[in-house]
Design a protein around this ligand. Structure first.
Ligand SMILES: Nc1nc2c(ncn2[C@@H]2O[C@H](COP(=O)(O)OP(=O)(O)OP(=O)(O)O)[C@@H](O)[C@H]2O)c(=O)[nH]1
Ligand SMILES: [Mg+2]
Length: 313
């Protein structure tokens, strides 16, 4: 989607953030694909504190040459850094510890970025969980623009390389095509209008993590988070982000294998959505966060907010 059509047809919020210049993000809602243009809705009052605590979760595999640079550039708003590493054959952990003394390092024996991310998210304590890669392809300076929507009524802020203000200096033509096909498939199956799907820079309110009930082991984790958040009725924003080439080292992504895993995730989540819709029609869908967690399914409506604060405490 190009800049003109994005800018003209969608719900842009543009505000001055606390630590950065104007913050832009686009609301993504179910029905967007069919309904097209929508009115900008009033921002909801957020139950997050104005200055939430922020945890940064970074999965690493052989990123010794990159991780120090990333950690040196973290903005002050990051209160906690959780690094998840188990399979590095280099000195990633040593580099991380010597750059940031208070870093929490978690050993996750299970292979895959998804397994690492799940372990890191579960271990983090902040009101807001930010996930970012360690290879230098994501700029820590962008973190405030992911946190900003969450303090203004949104629950998930997902990075997009393909809206105005975003971009990628890293993506190959093949990957771009594959990514585009996956985005279109997701939009068709789920009736949304995302511009990016497989991008690992995002921020999520921690109170929703348990209900998301994430299971992904590999690079399909971002798809699972986005799709489940949408099915839960969470309020989602796309935030422009610029992806740079990795500073050094090798990619862990295998385009075909990981693309197939994303497709499988989409199909599985679509059938789950159908099941929840059927349950909703029968009046049997869970209504509270506790019920959602207990029955292991997702409500098609936004979970109730009562007690959000207490849960996040
Ligand atoms: N702990 C852990 N981290 C991983 C694993 N696989 C990838 N990562 C990390 O997840 C992040 C994203 O992986 P990348 O290899 O950069 O994947 P990518 O960004 O899709 O590929 P490139 O664009 O080529 O860099 C990086 O910080 C990796 O170090 C894994 O099995 N375990
Ligand atoms: Mg990368």
């Amino acid at each position: 989607m190009d800049e003109r059509s994005t800018r003209g047809a969608e719900n842009w919020f543009e505000q001055r953030g606390a630590e950065v210049g104007p913050v832009r993000f686009v609301e993504r809602r179910r029905g967007d694909r069919r309904n097209g243009e929508r009115r900008v809705v009033d921002e909801e009052v957020s139950s997050l504190p104005k200055r939430p605590t922020v945890s940064l979760v970074i999965p690493t595999r052989n990123e010794a040459r990159n991780v120090a640079d990333v950690l040196q550039r973290l903005p002050d708003m990051v209160d906690e850094v959780v690094l998840v590493d188990a399979r590095s054959a280099d000195v990633t952990k040593l580099m991380a510890r010597s750059t940031r003394h208070d870093i929490r390092i978690i050993d996750e024996p299970a292979a895959g970025k998804g397994s690492a991310l799940r372990a890191g998210l579960a271990a983090a304590h902040g009101d807001v969980l930010v996930a970012m890669d360690a290879d230098g392809s994501m700029s820590p300076e962008e973190i405030p623009r992911f946190v900003h929507p969450l303090t203004h009524g949104f629950d998930l802020a997902k990075g997009s390389r393909f809206i105005a203000g975003g971009g990628s200096l890293d993506i190959t033509p093949i990957r771009r095509l594959g990514n585009r096909a996956l985005v279109e498939a997701a939009n068709f199956l789920l009736d949304v209008r995302y511009t990016d799907l497989c991008y690992g820079f995002f921020a999520l309110r921690r109170i929703f993590l348990e209900s998301l009930d994430l299971r992904s082991k590999g690079f399909e984790i971002e798809t699972e988070i986005t799709v489940r958040a949408q099915l839960m009725g969470l309020r989602i924003a796309e935030v422009p982000s610029v992806e740079l080439p990795r500073r050094s080292g090798q990619s862990n992504l295998r385009a075909v294998r990981d693309g197939v895993r994303v497709v499988r995730t989409l199909v599985r989540e679509r059938s789950r959505q159908r099941a929840v819709e059927a349950a909703n029609r029968d009046g049997a869908a869970p209504e509270t966060l506790e019920e959602v967690g207990r029955v292991g399914t997702l409500s098609a409506t936004r979970p109730k907010r009562d007690g959000d604060e207490a849960r996040s405490a």
